[in-house]
Design a protein around this ligand. Sequence first.
Ligand SMILES: [Zn+2]
Ligand SMILES: [Zn+2]
Length: 122
Amino acid sequence: MPPKVACAFHTGEHITNFCMDKQCLLPLCPTCVKIHSLEHQMMQTIPRYEEINQLTVGVAEHLQRDAATIEADVGSVLNAQNALSCSKMRAIQSVDIFRREMQAEIEMFCEGVQQSITEVFR
Ligand SMILES: [Zn+2]
Ligand SMILES: [Zn+2]
């Protein structure tokens, strides 16, 4: 059951409807609905009444859908995080491999230079 909300204008009355017209978006008690209908008549526009009960059900469904979407989003963020720490490990490993290859290269290069020096000054 939706919570009972007292009408701000009519004592003892509770909000039962909502005018969904974009210009209005008004919570209305039964007395408000009568007055509001006349206002729409005068403006030559049509009120778009929704019952609060219906609206609450709709909002609850909407929230449930949102919750499911958020849950899925959190899931994919966690997956992305896992993937990220995997690629972090891979990146660190490839830097390691690169370092070892570079060290070997430098070793060989220096070895070569020393070799030629010894040969020149033999
Ligand atoms: Zn209205
Ligand atoms: Zn009212």
